[in-house]
Ligand binder design. Structure first.
Ligand code: LRH
Ligand code: MN
Ligand code: MN
Length: 405
């Protein structure tokens, strides 16, 4: 528990440094982090899906768990869905159920990687009937968007090849553009299409949408409502993700984020657990983009989503922990003394520039987050509050083997 005296002292120290604490608090209160329905369900590694007791048995129970995360954190009012993992007979009912729980449905994600027909790809498959099947699944998701009130279609394609010569890369590239153009035309008015990329897995030789540049290229051809989605786990080791974020922001083409963390590949671990400094640097670019009139509009419209797979962790605690870690990184990014940084950069003072950034990263923001939560009528420590509540006991009644994937 952080005392009122600690909070007061923290605010004074920051105000003395010239940090606009009220503005910082307001930005933190307005942060919206969408949680993924699949993050509440059982999912696994390539080797095993471990079953947990108390996991949701249907999309409605996933929403209930998401509502619990929102109740405790106050910043997760939306839930992304994945079709057919979240297939229901009546999507309007799913929407009203979400609304009753104080939630809305966020991004709709078509699943183009678990149907046996997609073994050689979906929209880039060499056979026309399979490409058509993939497109019609995406168009069905566009219809679902209308029923659930979603304004984001989130696309990730597992398309690619495992061996050189397996298929004709340029032909596949054209198939991708044909499919995306058809889908773009069908988008509901005011809806956006987010195009995610990943350089490997499940394909191991080439992936049809391997990096941000490929997504960006399609987005440019499609139009304003097509933007790039950055998933933190989808880059080669050593890739400078903050640089990608800065570039896409400056081009007005950064549309969405999948937060997670990784050590080796697309590990889908809890956000900020392996490399909190990288997370901070990403948030720093995002906040810097919000402060720049040239990029503010794009920065303010980015959809922040968590995309994780909790295979050994308890699902709801893992989600709460991730939300808190994102808030922590954003809070630190909001403390960067931007005027001082700009001055140091203009003077070419390398050491001072780096130190200004690091100073914000090393600031303990727990008193700030405690204050923000207090003002929002939330528990200071959402995870502790969850663990002490009746909810973890109540969900045990669901038993084992909730369906997720
Ligand atoms: C692919 C991915 C994509 C999927 C999700 C389940 O690795 O990041 O966003 O929809 O995982
Ligand atoms: Mn993702
Ligand atoms: Mn992924």
């Amino acid at each position: 528990m952080i005392s009122q005296a600690e909070i007061k002292l923290w605010v004074k120290v920051q105000e003395d440094k010239g940090i606009p604490v009220e503005t910082v608090k307001n930005r933190l209160k307005n942060l919206v982090i969408e949680t993924p329905s699949w993050g509440y369900a059982d999912c696994g590694t390539r080797f095993k899906v471990y079953k947990q007791v108390g996991v949701p048995r249907n999309p409605y129970e996933k929403l209930e768990d998401a509502a619990e995360v929102h109740r405790l954190t106050g910043v997760c009012p939306k839930v992304a869905i994945h079709i057919p993992w979240d297939k229901v007979d009546d999507y309007s009912h799913l929407k009203s159920y979400a609304n009753e729980l104080g939630l809305g449905i966020g991004a709709v994600n078509p699943n183009l990687f678990q149907d046996d027909n997609f073994v050689l790809g979906s929209v880039c498959h060499p056979r026309e009937e399979v490409r058509k099947k993939a497109i019609s699944h995406i168009l069905e998701c566009v219809e679902i968007m209308k029923l659930v009130g979603s304004d984001v279609l989130s696309l990730w394609f597992a398309d690619g090849t495992n061996y050189p010569g397996q298929d004709h890369i340029r032909k596949r590239k054209r198939y991708m553009l044909e499919a995306l153009s058809q889908i773009y035309e069908a988008l509901p008015e005011n809806a956006r299409m987010l195009i995610e990329y990943k350089f490997f897995e499940p394909a191991f030789y080439h992936t049809d949408l391997a990096d941000w540049g490929m997504s960006y290229n399609y987005c440019l051809k499609l139009g304003e409502r097509a933007q790039v989605l950055v998933d933190l786990g989808h880059h080669a080791q050593g890739t400078n993700i903050p640089h990608i974020v800065a570039l896409l922001l400056d081009e007005g083409k950064l549309g969405g984020f999948h937060f997670n963390n990784r050590k080796y590949a697309d590990d889908d671990l809890m956000v900020g657990t392996i490399d909190p400094y990288e997370l901070f640097l990403v948030c720093n670019e995002l906040i810097d983009g919000e402060n720049d009139p040239a990029t503010a509009e794009c920065a303010r419209n980015i959809t922040y989503m968590i995309d994780q797979c909790h295979s050994i962790e308890s699902k709801i605690p893992a989600m709460i922990k991730s939300v808190v870690n994102i808030q922590t990184a954003f809070a630190k990014a909001l403390l960067v003394q931007r005027d001082a940084l700009r001055q140091a950069q203009e003077e070419g003072d390398v050491i001072r520039s780096e130190s200004i950034l690091k100073d914000a990263f090393e600031t303990d923001v727990r008193p700030l987050l405690a204050l923000v939560r207090e003002e929002m009528g939330l528990p200071q420590d959402p995870l502790a509050s969850y663990l002490q509540s009746e909810y973890p006991k109540k969900i045990l009644e669901r038993g084992i083997g909730g369906q997720g994937w």
